[in-house]
Design a protein around this ligand. Structure first.
Ligand code: RTP
Ligand code: MG
Length: 140
């Protein structure tokens, strides 16, 4: 399988509870390399643009406010089949349905406050990585 890169975000519910290191350990144990990482505070506008695909969904406003409420850690993960592998390590969107050992099973508080974001396809990964990082910031 090809080496891929994917965009990951450690969400405010997790940064608030000091879970950045534990979540990063899960990625690294799964063979994903953190090739770029920064802790930032999103504005409401930046969160809105990032989640624009969900703009007609009922949870959009709440989601954007949550993502802008406290710092997030944005990161690029690299590895074989990184996009699917990351989503496997994350677990299901709703933590009640997430498999044992996944990040969301262990750490997520609810469907909304579910600790991590991960790109869902190669096209979205490329767009999402470019939203936060320049090529020079990716150190493989
Ligand atoms: P993400 O984009 O954050 O990696 O999560 P995902 O692919 O598993 O889920 P997606 O369907 O893309 O939804 C994006 C985020 O919106 C919040 N959400 N809330 N209250 C709700 O019904 C609801 N549904 C989705 C979650 O934070 C989800 O991760
Ligand atoms: Mg998604």
């Amino acid at each position: 399988m090809a080496i891929e890169r994917t965009l990951s975000i450690i969400k405010p519910d997790a940064t608030r509870r000091n879970l950045t290191g534990k979540i990063n350990a899960k990625f690294e144990e799964a063979g994903l390399r953190i090739v770029a990482q920064k802790r930032i505070r999103l504005s409401l506008e930046q969160a809105g643009k990032f989640y624009e695909v969900h703009k007609d969904r009922p949870f959009y406003g709440e989601l954007c406010e949550f993502m802008a409420s406290e710092p997030v850690v944005v990161q690029v993960l690299e590895g074989e089949g990184a996009i699917a592998k990351n989503r496997e390590v994350m677990g299901a969107t709703n933590p009640a349905n997430a498999a044992d050992g996944t990040i969301r099973k262990e750490f997520a508080l609810s469907m909304g406050e579910n600790s991590v974001h991960g790109s869902d396809a190669p096209e979205t990964a490329a767009v999402e990585i470019a939203y936060f990082f320049s090529g020079l910031e990716l150190v493989g």
